[in-house]
Design a protein around this ligand. Structure first.
Ligand SMILES: *Cc1c(COP(=O)(O)O)cnc(C)c1O
Length: 379
């Protein structure tokens, strides 16, 4: 009874909801500045637990900042947003599993329909619920993932358009290479989508609006902004590499911990599994209580660094399940010192882009994989 008080582990992900809202507003202002008339709206992407930031808090904060349409991956994520009290419209991007279609109605979610089979299943479910369903039509313009093939719509669309209980709210596509300026596929997809819009019109389809742009496409090409844009990464204050942007964004998440122990090593001694680090001279190391179970990548050992006492300290040895070792020789480190994995300390910054580059990954993965064991602390 009352033995364990509520505790927060030393390793925390601080999520600044004020910065999140300010990023959302900065994106809106950018769109308005670049296109004062017919300014596109925003679909705020909060899939994958809001890129690891916490879908409930992020969803509510974005709604607070004025977002009227959020998007997530599946019905389960949509249900979680509703359970958190989000009242804005919620678009489900992903494939729908037929078994849980009732969630669309229970939670008032907007499905994406991306195949004739899905169209039939949603129509049948809507008829059963005696409801009309607004849906977004997804067109595959060359990524070859989900979506109706752009070159086959005359055959596949008429049945969907005739579905009694289904209302076409919007049409969209998704780019495979918006973050790769060297790829020609982006322009090919853009042109195919323009053609699709003409084809839809010829088939009698009248979507109320169109959307295509993920973060990279928002940054890169106003021609694909259409009526709404769909930023995910930008909301969290990260610009997709290798692109740069003038939008006034700041990172929402800081990932930090505290030193658990400090110890001296003699020249010739090793640390960690596999004995991968050997001290060449007397060395001081600090033990930090975060490891691969918290989402830290094994490849950080021997490559990455953390910020401690205003300096960069290399991650050495091996990333363990629950801890890492850092070389703090000469830094006068002691237990309790703050250790920053992602964020700022004394004027230096390690951001998700840098960490991704260090391990050969992408910043989306860096934030999404911040482990469930790490407490999110909201400010
Ligand atoms: C995830 C996702 C986005 C957002 O992508 P970012 O690169 O994070 O901006 C947009 N559209 C769709 C369909 C997505 O799945």
């Amino acid at each position: 009874m009352g033995i364990v008080a509520e505790r927060v582990r030393p390793t925390v992900a601080r999520v600044d909801l004020g910065v999140l809202k300010s990023n959302y507003r900065a994106i809106r202002e950018h769109l308005k500045r670049e296109r004062p008339t017919g300014t596109p709206g925003v679909i705020a992407v909060v899939k994958a637990n809001a890129y690891g930031h916490g879908a409930a808090q992020v969803g509510r904060a974005l709604e607070d900042a004025g977002a009227d349409l959020l998007a997530c991956a599946d019905i389960e994520e949509g249900a979680a947003l509703r359970a958190a009290g989000v009242r804005a419209d919620i678009l489900i991007f992903g494939a729908l599993s037929v078994s849980d279609l009732d969630g669309l109605f229970d939670c008032r979610l907007t499905p994406t329909i991306s195949s004739p089979g899905a169209a039939r299943a949603v129509q049948a479910a809507a008829a059963r619920h005696k409801q009309r369903v607004r849906y977004h039509l997804k067109i595959d313009t060359g990524m070859n993932r989900l979506g109706f093939r752009a070159d086959n719509l005359r055959r596949t669309l008429p049945e969907l358009l005739r579905s009694e209980n289904l209302d076409l709210e919007a049409v969209f596509t998704h780019f495979a290479t918006a973050d790769d300026p060297a790829s020609s596929l982006f322009d090919e997809q853009r042109q195919r989508f323009d053609k699709v819009l003409a084809d839809l019109h010829a088939l009698g389809a009248r979507p109320r609006y169109r959307h295509a742009a993920n973060s990279a496409a928002v940054v890169r090409d106003p021609r694909v902004w259409f009526d709404r844009v769909r930023p995910g990464l930008l909301l969290y204050g990260i610009v997709p590499p290798p692109l740069q942007s003038t939008i006034a964004l700041a990172p929402v998440m800081t990932l930090a911990s505290r030193v658990t122990a400090v110890k001296g090593m003699r020249a010739g001694e090793v640390t960690g599994y596999g004995a991968r680090f050997t001290a060449k001279k007397p060395t001081t190391i600090a033990i930090v209580p975060a490891g691969y179970a918290d989402g830290l990548d094994l490849r950080l050992a021997g490559r990455g660094a953390v910020l401690i006492r205003g300096r960069r300290a290399p991650i050495i040895g091996s990333v363990c399940m629950d801890m890492i070792m850092i070389d703090v020789t000469g830094l006068d480190a002691s237990p309790g010192d703050e250790v920053v994995f992602i964020g700022r300390q004394s004027g230096d910054t390690i951001d998700a882009r840098e960490m991704a580059e260090t391990i050969g990954s992408i910043p989306w993965e860096i934030v999404c994989r911040v482990g469930t064991r790490i407490e999110r602390v909201y400010a």
